[in-house]
Design a protein around this ligand. Structure first.
Ligand SMILES: [Zn+2]
Length: 279
């Protein structure tokens, strides 16, 4: 029995993967992962297997986001359990291969951590995306990364939304940890709502993100603030009752997802101290 009730014990992390090219036109991760495949010295650590990996090689070859469908939405239980591979979209086949190699998702054989590297056309700066507000490992890791990056900022997007959460490539991993950290708190931006562009009855976009909102990722949007500017010059105001913090503002890849930006609210998460569990 522990006499220190606020310390959680977790198994040591042994295998970490770093993915680039989940979206084949997002070059930072592709360049870094290809560099580490040539020479892994920079990412090697004692007692840890580190695996750099290009997740969508055919899309990378064509420098396109995907071939048939978005790989970063393809890790659904239905796709991963599909028996007949013939005729499946390329990215669904690829998701099954990645799940075999780095998962299976939800099993004890899964990699401990997958870092999935992306780019955005929004003005978000460096951003970490969390999928759970109760994953101690990730909260501690995010806290550590923010501290190491200071004075540069690094925002944390918490995508725990029941409808807007999606089946990501990185979701294949589990998240224990092998070092000791004191308790900490982390400021996160919790996903709330997807805001689409104003459209006409044919579904065509009729307005752009208002210049006062463009590039203002993570800044407060209050009731009455300009939100869109119609192509005939009319300003559309934000009318929500509570202040929100928009992000992914005008992300080019999200036109097809009917999203002009995403609203979030600010929250502080607390994480217990954690230390390595000894068997
Ligand atoms: Zn991406």
């Amino acid at each position: 029995m522990s006499s220190r009730p606020n310390i959680s014990c977790l198994q040591e992390a042994k295998r970490v993967a770093i993915f680039g090219g989940t979206h084949g036109n997002e070059m930072s991760g592709i360049m870094l992962v290809n560099m580490w495949i040539q020479n892994a010295a920079e990412i090697e650590r004692n007692r840890l297997v580190t695996k750099p990996f290009i997740s969508n090689p055919r899309a990378v070859e064509k420098c396109t986001r995907y071939i048939n469908t978005d790989l970063n939405r393809a890790f659904t239980p239905e796709n991963l359990s599909a028996q007949d591979v013939q005729g499946l979209p390329y990215e669904v086949q690829r998701a099954k291969e990645i799940n075999q190699k780095f998962g299976p998702k939800g099993s004890s054989d899964a990699y401990d951590v997958i870092f999935d590297l992306h780019n955005t056309t929004s003005n978000m700066g460096s951003t970490l995306i969390l999928e759970s507000s109760t994953d101690l490992f990730n909260l501690q890791m995010v806290h550590y990364i923010k501290k190491v990056m200071a004075p540069h900022t690094c925002s944390v997007l918490l995508n725990e939304h029941p409808q807007l959460k999606y089946s990501t490539t990185r979701s294949v991993a589990k998240h224990p940890i092998g070092v000791e950290f004191p308790p900490c708190t982390v400021e996160v931006f919790r996903v709330q709502e997807r805001m689409d562009y104003p459209r006409d009855t044919n579904g065509n976009i009729t307005a752009m993100v208002h210049p006062h909102l463009q590039d203002c990722d993570w800044e407060p949007l209050n009731q009455g603030d300009p939100m869109f500017l119609t192509f005939d010059g009319r300003t559309i105001l934000y009318e929500g009752a509570s202040t929100v913090y928009p992000t992914f503002i005008n992300e080019a890849a999200y036109y097809e997802k009917q999203q002009a930006f995403m609203t979030t609210c600010k929250e502080i998460l607390a994480a217990n101290a954690i230390r390595k569990a000894f068997k």
